[in-house]
Ligand binder design. Structure first.
Ligand SMILES: [Fe+2]
Ligand SMILES: [Fe+2]
Length: 205
């Protein structure tokens, strides 16, 4: 696990690699994946907005997250355009277990809550970057280039969330490594254990 410099790679905070079973399924079921991915981008923007509302006094953080939210909405628009181009229809689906499973571990009292939410953001962005990196070389155009581009964005978002988490821990005298170890271990379980639902952040089917 790397330090607070922002030089950490997404893979360095993830405790398990995405299982081959998920990658194989994702290459076959890329249409389904795209529909879930659309929801992930929307959720990423809304999570950043929720943090802006929850911590308005943290001016540096709200500015950084406002930019991030705009970028996630841009991704949302790009996925939607790609779905139209590839003739993938929108379909409603129940959320998977991943985000809820991680959020269930978040402290409900401050200042721990802020740290947990930021670390959870870092883990989700890191996992997204890891999965886009795995998929980009395995999928045909135009998904290959698109996923390679998203991998770079989500890796940057991971760095931002980790930096914000380390800052929040320093401001309140909390041990971010200890919290990250707990959250990362749950995250690794959620993406490696067999999953009934197939989603962008699910376990292998
Ligand atoms: Fe995104
Ligand atoms: Fe992101």
């Amino acid at each position: 696990m790397s330090a607070a410099s922002g030089a950490a790679l997404p893979q360095q905070i993830l405790l398990a690699a995405t299982p081959d079973g998920w990658i194989t399924a994702a290459c076959e079921r890329w249409r389904e994946l795209l529909v879930d991915h659309l929801g992930c981008e929307k959720k990423a923007a809304s999570t950043a907005l929720a943090l802006i509302f929850a911590y308005p006094e943290d001016v540096a953080m709200t500015l950084a997250l406002s930019r991030l939210a705009r970028e996630e909405l841009r991704h949302f628009e790009q996925v939607q355009a790609l779905m139209q181009e590839l003739k993938v229809p929108f379909a409603r689906a129940k959320p998977g277990r991943y985000a809820g499973g991680l959020r269930a571990l978040s402290c409900t009292s401050e200042p721990q809550r802020k740290l947990d939410l930021l670390l959870t953001g870092a883990l989700i962005e890191a996992r997204s970057a890891e999965r886009f990196a795995a998929l980009a070389p395995r999928l045909p155009a135009p998904l290959d280039r698109f996923y390679a581009q998203l991998q770079r964005s989500e890796a940057r978002h991971f760095e931002l969330y980790l930096r914000l988490a380390v800052q929040a821990a320093q401001d309140s005298g909390l041990d971010w490594r200890e919290r990250l170890a707990l959250l990362a271990s749950r995250e690794a379980q959620l993406v490696t254990a067999p999953d009934e639902q197939f989603r962008f952040h699910s376990g292998p089917p």
